[in-house]
Design a protein around this ligand. Structure first.
Ligand code: ZN
Ligand code: ZN
Length: 386
């Protein structure tokens, strides 16, 4: 069991960094020493001890809570002195519980507040979803949007006070925004600061709040804006409108507004990057003989030739008939996928002509009967009875 007055180890000294060292400096110092003293490179038993110390120091100083215990003269790795001790958290006997000490150190969840916090703070970013058609994402559009954000309160211009009145210094904390308390722990006297509950840490109170914003300095409003969507934007892209987001508390600078593009699926075209794809049905005869198709593109009509003997699954490519490239010149392509259709019903005449046609090509076409069906004929064919 550790004695209450045990001397804490000098973790900063072990890593050779100053007490003000940043997280980065600590990490760099640790890496350098760890490389030097790692048992794989340095089998010397002394080096192994040193390597353990280096790891312990890094474990402590890379953890904000443990580092604060060190800064207050404690040792978070000492048994009973920290959460990792063998007895588990919690001091025993005459000492206060571990959580009490942590609370005394850190003022609960509030962290180490120093001085009053400002009433005026920057606002948050806002995001808005905008649905557009393919034609709009492809060629750009000026889209009207409705934005629901906090804006500056015009009654008090963000001050939060009613006309002709002012902020008052908080009497509970004397304007410091925090109240201090002293607690006796096994580490000695610990002075902790908690945010003042009367003024919520601002150090000031508003005796007469602005009637419009109730002292917040901002109000929620619905506004109409126009956002310029450039040609070639894609689904999921975000357009940033600087300082059109939420105004901060106390009338603080507004955050940005992001307009996220959502492209509605198109009836005819599917989009892959800046290329477009569509399907066109071509009768078997037209695919065999060749034909001419009129294709409606996004912004024009094109005539394309289907070559004689075109196979199912063939693709025609119309260069630069896709989506214009964003912030650039040129466009993607339009791919026309050809679905070659076999006729599903033939009348007697058509069937006769098609059989005739097959015969001229020397193609053997088995005739289906009501009884036998195709598969029994196939079997006969394989058995040499065809
Ligand atoms: Zn106060
Ligand atoms: Zn106001």
């Amino acid at each position: 069991m550790r004695t209450p007055n045990a001397v804490a180890r000098d973790y900063y000294g072990i890593l050779g960094v100053s007490r003000e060292a940043s997280d980065d400096e600590i990490k760099r110092a640790y890496r350098k020493l760890a490389r030097q003293f790692h048992p794989d490179v340095n089998p010397d038993p002394e080096a192994q001890e040193k390597f353990k110390d280096i790891n312990a120091a890094y474990e402590v100083l890379s953890d904000d809570r443990k580092r604060q215990i060190v800064d207050l003269g404690g040792d978070p790795l000492a048994p009973g002195g920290g959460g990792a001790g063998p007895g588990g958290p919690g001091g025993a006997g005459p000492f206060v519980g571990f959580q009490d000490i942590m609370d005394a150190f850190f003022g609960g969840a509030a962290g180490g507040a120093r001085g009053p916090r400002p009433r005026t703070r920057p606002g948050a970013d806002a995001i808005l979803r905008l649905e557009l058609d393919l034609n709009e994402t492809a060629f750009g559009v000026e889209a009207p949007i409705t934005v629901d954000t906090a804006v500056l309160c015009t009654t008090c211009s963000g001050a939060g006070t009613a006309a002709g009145t002012h902020l008052a210094t908080c009497e509970a904390c004397g304007g410091r925004g925090e109240v201090q308390s002293v607690q006796r722990t096994f580490l000695g006297q610990v002075v902790s600061a908690r945010p003042c509950t009367v003024c919520q840490g601002y150090g000031t109170t508003i005796p007469h709040p602005c009637p419009t914003c109730a002292g917040d300095g901002r109000v929620r409003t619905r506004r109409s804006l126009t956002v310029k969507i450039p040609a070639g934007v894609e689904d999921g892209m975000r357009i940033r409108l600087a300082q059109q987001g939420e105004v901060g508390p106390g009338g603080g600078t507004a955050g940005d507004l992001y307009v996220e593009i959502h492209e509605r699926p198109h009836d005819v075209y599917s989009r892959k990057g800046d290329d477009l794809h569509c399907r066109v049905t071509v009768p078997m005869t037209a695919a065999a003989l060749g034909t001419r198709l009129t294709i409606k593109t996004l912004d024009s009509e094109e005539t394309v030739d289907v070559k004689p003997g075109t196979q199912p699954g063939s693709t025609l490519r119309l260069r630069a008939r896709g989506v214009p490239h964003l912030r650039g010149t040129g466009r993607g392509d339009l791919y026309v996928h050809l679905d070659v259709r076999t006729p599903t019903k033939l009348d007697a005449d058509q069937e006769r002509m098609l059989r005739e046609f097959a015969k001229t090509r020397g193609e053997e076409v088995a005739e289906l009967t009501k009884q036998g069906g195709f598969f029994s004929r196939m079997r006969d064919a394989f058995n040499g009875h065809a």
